[in-house]
Design a protein around this ligand. Structure first.
Ligand code: HMG
Ligand code: MG
Length: 294
């Protein structure tokens, strides 16, 4: 069966904008976040406290948080890779952070400058300190299905990395198809590798047009938190061949059709994505945005 209600974890301001070739002005980012909240978004992943040289697009994280007027009932998680990132995030007053691990050796090195094993040593003190400070902690696992350098990724390897993050104290795991190669049967198989589906979220990129089918498979397996990005913005600057995330509008269209509640106003959201597409100077890749606003 399907859940009655799904939490949409909006990653556009982070996963979307981290991949733009031009840096989006902080005022535009703040307006984007406000519009997403107006459209009913309740989890808005706002930015990353990563090394500014690695992701210059999000180097304004302090300025963004200082300018953000937080809405009641909305949480604004941020990515932090290490203790330095957590310190910055704590000073900026965040209450929800996400660490981001790789299921593969190559991507751990390329994205984190660490080996697969070393990444856990980097994350461990981050999770302990964050929990001690009363923050909520999400753990991402990237390259859960395929890796551009290593090819297919073994399910046991992904489950092993995910369980280490849960054991470390992460409240939730988000399983990422960073390059968008998964198909629904693989999603069902991966989810079955975890005992507790309640703590799982899914994060699909739409490179091969499978993100919505994969999401449906995850919902049928009991997942109730789905990551998506307004207008289908996104990608990862350190992963070749990663395109945008599942578009939030495409997700909302499907959930509405299925009668699954989510709280997002499609009309306001599509307006927001059309507005952002204008700022970025290119049309949204979302089929639903194009159908509604094209
Ligand atoms: P490193 O170069 O190994 O860092 O980078 P280090 O620990 O050796 O430190 C070197 C210097 O950087 C030090 O300064 C640190 O203080 C400074 P120095 O003492 O030499 O003057 N430094 C920092 N400064 C500011 N903020 C920080 C920070 N950390 C160190 N947080 C590091 C290691 C992890 C920092 C780097 O590799 C990094 O920033 N990587 C981030 C890459 C990234 O953001 N990728 C995109 C997000 S992941 C994604 O998109 C996938 C996802 O969507 C899921 C999916 O789709 O699968 C989540
Ligand atoms: Mg991603």
């Amino acid at each position: 069966g399907l859940p009655d209600r799904v939490t949409i974890w909006e990653v556009g301001p982070r996963d979307g904008l981290q991949n733009e070739s031009e840096v989006v002005p902080v005022a535009t980012k703040l307006e984007f976040l406000d519009r997403l909240a107006d459209a009913g978004g309740t989890v808005l992943e706002a930015t990353s406290f990563v090394h500014p040289k690695w992701v210059p697009q999000l180097a304004d994280a302090e300025e963004l948080l200082a300018g953000l007027v937080k809405r009641p009932g909305v949480t604004y998680p941020v990515l932090v890779p290490n203790e330095r990132g957590l310190e910055r995030a704590l000073r900026a007053g965040v209450d929800h952070v996400a660490i981001f691990a790789s299921a593969t050796e190559t991507f751990a090195r390329r994205n984190l400058n660490r080996s697969l094993d070393e990444q856990f040593a980097m994350f461990d003190p981050v999770v302990s300190r964050a929990k001690a400070e009363g923050l909520r902690v999400r753990g991402y696992v990237s390259m859960c299905f395929g890796d551009p350098w290593e090819g297919a990724v073994a399910r046991d390897q992904v489950v092993g990395v995910g369980k280490r993050l849960l054991d470390m104290g992460c409240d939730q795991l988000s399983l990422g198809d960073t390059i968008g190669v998964a198909t629904p049967g693989q999603v069902t198989a991966l989810l079955a590798g975890f005992d507790d589906v309640d703590r799982l979220a899914v994060h699909f990129h739409d490179t091969y047009g499978q993100a919505l089918a994969n999401t449906l498979a995850a919902l049928q397996a009991g997942v109730r938190t789905v990551d998506s990005s307004a207008g289908g913005l996104g990608g990862c600057p350190y992963a070749e061949s990663a395109t945008g995330n599942l578009a939030t509008e495409d997700l909302v269209w499907m959930l509405d059709g299925l009668g699954v509640r989510h709280g997002v106003d499609l009309d306001k959201l599509a307006d927001t994505s059309a507005w952002m597409a204008e700022r970025l100077g290119r049309p949204s890749p979302s089929r639903v945005v194009r159908a509604l606003r094209g």
